[in-house]
Design a protein around this ligand. Structure first.
Ligand SMILES: C[S@@+](CC[C@H](N)C(=O)[O-])C[C@H]1O[C@@H](n2cnc3c(N)ncnc32)[C@H](O)[C@@H]1O
Ligand code: SF4
Length: 428
């Protein structure tokens, strides 16, 4: 109730919208892609070898024959976009999932080769991976595909927590995997961990943070355990009295990690990520405008957001039948574009005001100055005149906002799209 009230009030102040409705309409793609000068690409691989009960992402159990058909479908989707994008530079490329490494030998290389032929890719490729897929041969295969930034879903460094999360490896084994990856000369190796796990102590998170620094991991992305109501965990907890850790406890976990990483000279590169000094950060799409390929891929262009169908079979069927796999779209008013831009740039913890002007032709202060002043006085951010920098305190409260906005939107949008491949509309 409280969260809903905050959400609707903030939404009205920042976007002037009462609610946000995505409709089953295919936007004018010619226009969308004519309007941009460069873009990022996100490629979704919706397969995993097991389904984790807490995980919100779009995925299904890996089957090699489906992966083969999926490869063909993605290549067709690339062909459909190459005529629209032409020679415009692709300045960031991210492969996420699901588990991209399930397709290491069943189409991933073929998709990348095709993308290189059809798009003007001018950047490194970043990819997520599962620790159990990172033996020496597979790491060599990943390097030979041109992937320079690798993320590993480690999640915890105590066996009891790996067991709670039902992760299929031990701490001893996963540490060897991390070391193998770190010694492989990637530009950046990121490790994901989850904190605020049931019964987790402060000492355990301290142990995990220190171990990752000692192993020479380039970047650590530490997320609190989010509960998504459509996941198995969300459904189990719905009727139970189990209380997850409070917002203050999460803050303490994060403080412990901040202390460890800052004293080891890591810098904060997003709300959740800390990157070793001198290393380029591992991250999802780094430009504000991007094309999402694959089942559930989302595309964010100048004044439109649209999403592909989540159901893999429907995604393949659409492309095999000569149709675009777009399930829902949303026209973005100027206020929505600005609010989205502000939210995602501040999520990266700093941005230049001139970038706002370059995108919208308006002064940042004219639109958001009245919010920045009080937030700056409260110590949530620093306004240097040219740049806005989020403080650790501000980062923490942005996380609280994330709980109110992103998690709630994901619950509605992804939850509905998981149920229904082609909904008429989704209201958020
Ligand atoms: C797509 S998975 C990573 C790659 C691979 N599928 C794996 O599991 O190792 C992305 C990351 O999201 C994070 N994640 C998943 N579910 C989460 C949840 N409920 N709360 C917080 N983080 C979560 C995990 O840290 C996970 O590594
Ligand atoms: S956490 Fe990773 S392996 Fe587990 S279901 Fe999610 S994407 Fe798949």
């Amino acid at each position: 109730m409280f969260k809903r009230l905050v959400r609707s009030n903030l939404r009205r102040v920042f976007t002037k919208e009462k609610n946000i409705t995505l409709k089953r309409e295919i936007p004018s793609l010619d226009k969308c892609y004519q309007e941009i000068n460069e873009l990022g690409i996100y490629l979704h691989i919706p397969f995993c070898e097991q389904i984790c009960h807490y995980c919100p992402y779009n995925k299904e159990i890996y089957k090699s024959d489906v992966a083969r058909r999926y490869t063909k479908a993605v290549k067709t989707e690339i062909d459909r976009y190459s005529g629209l994008i032409r020679n415009k530079p692709v300045t960031s490329f991210y492969i996420g999932g699901g588990t991209p490494t399930t397709m290491l030998y069943s189409g991933l290389a073929e998709i990348l080769e095709h993308a290189h032929k059809r798009f003007n890719i001018q950047c490194d490729i970043h990819m997520e991976s599962h620790p159990n897929h990172l033996n020496s041969d597979n790491l060599n295969a990943i390097v030979s595909m041109g992937i320079r930034h690798l993320s590993i879903g480690v999640e915890a460094l105590q066996d009891r927590h790996l067991k709670t999360l039902n992760r299929p490896y031990t701490v001893e084994g996963v540490k060897r995997t991390i070391e193998r990856a770190v010694n492989k000369n990637f530009a950046c190796v990121n490790v994901d961990i989850i904190f605020s796990l049931p019964g987790q102590t402060y000492h355990e998170i301290e142990q995990a943070g220190n171990a990752l620094v000692e192993m020479g991991v380039d970047q650590i992305a530490a997320y609190p355990l989010f509960i998504f109501r459509y996941t198995q965990l969300g459904k189990t907890l719905k009727n139970s009295k189990y209380k997850f850790s409070s917002i203050l406890k999460r803050r303490k976990f994060l403080r412990i990690l901040e202390d460890i990483f800052y004293s080891a000279e890591y810098r904060r590169t997003s709300v959740w990520a800390f990157t070793r000094s001198g290393v380029p950060k591992y991250c999802s799409v780094t430009v504000p405008l991007y094309l999402g390929l694959g089942g559930s891929g989302g595309s964010y262009l100048k004044d439109v957001f649209y999403l592909n169908t989540f159901r893999v079979a429907e995604y393949i069927k659409a492309l095999e039948g000569g149709r675009m796999p777009i399930a829902l779209s949303l026209d973005l008013s100027e206020a929505m574009q600005m609010a989205g831009w502000f939210y995602w740039r501040i999520y990266e913890t700093r941005f230049m005001k001139e970038d706002f002007k370059a995108r919208f032709g308006r002064e940042f202060n004219e639109i958001y100055g009245r919010f920045v002043k009080p937030l700056s006085l409260l110590g949530f951010l620093k306004d240097t005149g040219d740049e806005i920098v989020l403080s650790d305190k501000g980062t923490y409260w942005l996380h609280a906002l994330e709980d109110i906005f992103s998690i709630s939107y994901i619950n509605t949008l992804w939850g509905d799209l998981k149920q229904e491949p082609w909904p008429e509309e989704v209201v958020m």
